[in-house]
Design a protein around this ligand. Structure first.
Ligand SMILES: NC(=O)C1=CN([C@@H]2O[C@H](COP(=O)(O)OP(=O)(O)OC[C@H]3O[C@@H](n4cnc5c(N)ncnc54)[C@H](O)[C@@H]3O)[C@@H](O)[C@H]2O)[C@@H](O)CC1
Ligand SMILES: [K+]
Length: 227
């Protein structure tokens, strides 16, 4: 990929919005590209058993796509769902229904405290995917996601953060309490400005920027607006 300057959280969300409104790209296509790219990155780490921690929004939606592609590659995968399934909507719901129909195991982790099933699945997993919170979040993680982050950080598993290590402010690089400590962060379209900050480095790990199919013209449009 050619060099791309960082885009803030709001600019990244503007890319998603423009893709849908002006460039006629359904969000579920971007989600598929995002999740598939993350799955390829994870498969390259040769995982044996993967636990995908999913939050209520489209960041969780990326997690369901990743689950589908890992399952297809013959890798053992479970989903830990940190919201009532009634809260899932839009593109995330499309992919949630697919993983349900595909028979991928989904642990209900919407209640506090964290379930014994989650603790057991976490101890068995050599890699965990943080698909809890993405660009839709600006505040410190709330329960039960906060406890999930604490448990994931205390585990010995490798951690792949999707788009943003949950809890990190991607614009400033400042961590909320708690924030996921990732070994790898797969972020979309462009790097995020906060990831270069010293405060972010213990949380982002190795940063990978993945294309998700947004046209070059669209990116030029958003970058041109940066003034
Ligand atoms: N077209 C798009 O918009 C695309 C979005 N993508 C993914 O979608 C993400 C953005 O998705 P969303 O806008 O749905 O937002 P998020 O998935 O980041 O989160 C929104 C959800 O989190 C809840 N929430 C807000 N603050 C919270 C807090 N402090 N603690 C706990 N829960 C909190 C909200 O109630 C809402 O349900 C991106 O980061 C990326 O991963 C990708 O699939 C690529 C395409
Ligand atoms: K995340």
């Amino acid at each position: 990929m050619t060099f791309r300057p960082p885009l803030s959280r709001e600019q990244s969300r503007a890319v998603d919005q423009l893709a849908a409104d002006k460039y006629h790209i359904p969000g579920v296509i971007l989600m598929e590209n995002a999740g598939r790219g993350c799955a390829e990155l994870l498969i390259a780490q040769a995982p044996k058993q993967v636990l995908i921690a999913c939050g209520p929004g489209n960041n969780g939606g990326d997690g369901y796509v990743i689950a589908r592609h890992l399952d297809l590659a013959g890798i053992a995968v479970k989903i830990a769902l940190f919201c009532p399934r009634e809260r899932i909507k839009g593109d995330a719901l499309i992919n949630f229904r697919i993983v349900e129909a595909a028979g991928i195991e989904i642990l209900d982790c919407s209640d506090e405290p964290l379930s014994a099933d989650f603790a057991a699945a976490l101890s068995e997993a050599d890699w965990v995917v943080d698909a809890l919170l993405g660009t839709g979040v600006t505040s410190a993680p709330r329960e039960p996601i906060a406890s999930a982050i604490g448990a994931i950080n205390a585990s010995s598993s490798g951690v792949l953060a999707i788009d943003i290590p949950s809890g990190l402010d991607c614009d400033t690089g400042q961590p909320h309490d708690p924030t996921i400590e990732a070994h790898l962060t797969a972020t979309f379209v462009t790097p995020k400005p906060g990831y270069e900050q010293e405060t972010a480095k213990p949380f982002v790990g190795e940063v990978h920027v993945l294309d998700i199919g947004t046209p070059r013209k669209l990116l030029a449009e958003v970058l041109g607006e940066r003034g």
